[in-house]
Design a protein around this ligand. Sequence first.
Ligand SMILES: [Cu+2]
Length: 652
Amino acid sequence: MFGKLTINAIPLHEPIIMYTIYFVFLLFLIISITITYFKKWKWLWNEYLISLDHKKIGIMYIIMSIIMFIRGFADALMMRSQQAIVSSGKTGFLTSNHYNQIFTAHGVIMIFFMAMPFIIGFMNLIIPLQIGARDVAFPFLNSLSFWLFFVSALLINISLCIGEFAQTGWLAYPPLSNKQYSPGVGVDYWIWSLQISGIGTLLTGINFIVTILKMRAPGMSLMKMPIFTWTSLCSNILIVLSFPILTVTISLLAFDRYLGAHFFTNDMGGNIMMYINLIWAWGHPEVYILMLPAFGIFSEITSTFSKKKLFGYKSLVLATIVITILSFIVWLHHFFTMGAGANVNSFFGITTMIIAIPTGVKIFNWIFTMYKGNIKYNSAMLWTIGFIISFSIGGMSGVLLSVPGADFYLHNSLFLIAHFHNVIIGGVVFGCFAGITYWFPKFFGFKLNEKWGVRAFWFWISGFFISFLPLYALGFMGMTRRLSQNINSNFHTLLIISAIGTLIILIGIICQIIQFYISIYNKKTNLDITGDPWDGRTLEWFTSSPPKIYNFAIIPVIKDIDAFWNIKNNKNPLEIKKFKSIKIPKNTCIGLIISLFVLIFGFSMIWYIWWLSLISIISIISILIFKSFNITNYYKISKEDIIKNESSFMEL
Ligand SMILES: [Cu+2]
């Protein structure tokens, strides 16, 4: 009846996991009671859960990614302390089995369920506002994408309570991920959570490409688009080109595991190398999917807080396009050691080095934007400068790794771990923090507390260097990644330093939590923003803060790259006689319901509960057919209501 699922699937014998589960349930209970006490369920449902508004969906994405970030960071803390303890000769608190699940979950969560939704959250929040659109091109699809992401994140968290997670590393290389070597449900959790979130991401990619190409304000030619929108466009093109590869690769692995196919097995004509090639043909572009929008965020911030036009806008756009193309011809640098031969290795080594050129161009763009600028060193700007420094270090260690000869020595060592954390934390994570600081007042009407923001930055950046610089050295000393038992005592001192660094990052995170708390608590006293808090340049600041549901009462005509700057200086006031009524799509819970069935489908596939899979797939198809007869409903906001809405904004 329940396939492989029995009561033994609950890890009662693992105290760490059980306490975590109790704690999370307690937290959920407290939150539910609070919502019930304040009678906010209806508000939550109508305003957020079933909303098709890109702003609400963006906020939900970011909240989810912050929650997943805390889980991924807890994994990191456990790994760093385990290694520090074990290298002293003591037995650690984690078994190898559990440790392997932790590093797999850490990688998967941080990339798929933290970085991706963070970046997609920003795209949702900002792109329509920056291009002068009222929403994304397909609001319903957007809600479906979010809920698919949400249930896939739920699925990976369910693996903590029921069953286990993969012990294969974040990309689940076969033959280890084959049925023969991973007979449990861990890899199946990996397969279905990634498959579901991957499809959600693909839908997002299509949605934003159409939005950016078709819904720009009049006069906004491609070369007048704000830079964040440009980098997001390239990122979404990468999504649409690369995510299908991921979907197919994971499907083939599922065929191997479920139906005994032999795509990626050792024997019967299977080819393991095919998997590694395919997964990295997605995996390398994925890095730029995350990185490019973060570059965009830093560009906007640098220009705003240096009070200057972005230096070399055209070269920045060109560099972004070049990176987009190059990112598809470097994937083999992830497996130089697999014997492709000197010619192939040198081709991919050289293309990898070439990527450093457009990236270097960008670094100079930011530095020259700051040059002779009237720079305001607030926390958003500090994150940006911290990024430039750590990304340069990470980038240079990347060029080092792109030399196949050096890679033979350093691959699979902690040097590699230090390299990619240098670029991903210094790039994407700092980018997200900078973006939150910068755009928070846009969506909530008040600024985040600066004092705690600056404190968080200093703890973060020092903790970050203290925890990752030792890893470069450890890599040179020959310490391989993913060690959990019997670690050489020569590594002890550096591992202790690294663990201390992680604790300093923890203090940084606590500062951020305090920052949010204080900012929200003091909201009434610092509610000083109705339009533009920073003297911004791009179009999103043309709207009220927070923006109205329709974003723009009148869509402005664009004459310059810094559209809002231009509007401000030419004084382009809203004129009541130009107002027209606006159509807004009605909320719907269909995306949420479809995703719930997708969740049931994934869960039943993992546990071999075939009848439930059948029921859920039939339900999904029926709802889709039903939905196709029920194309998005709209409601109208009348001209009179808009005039009433805008009057307070216009008086400014
Ligand atoms: Cu790569």
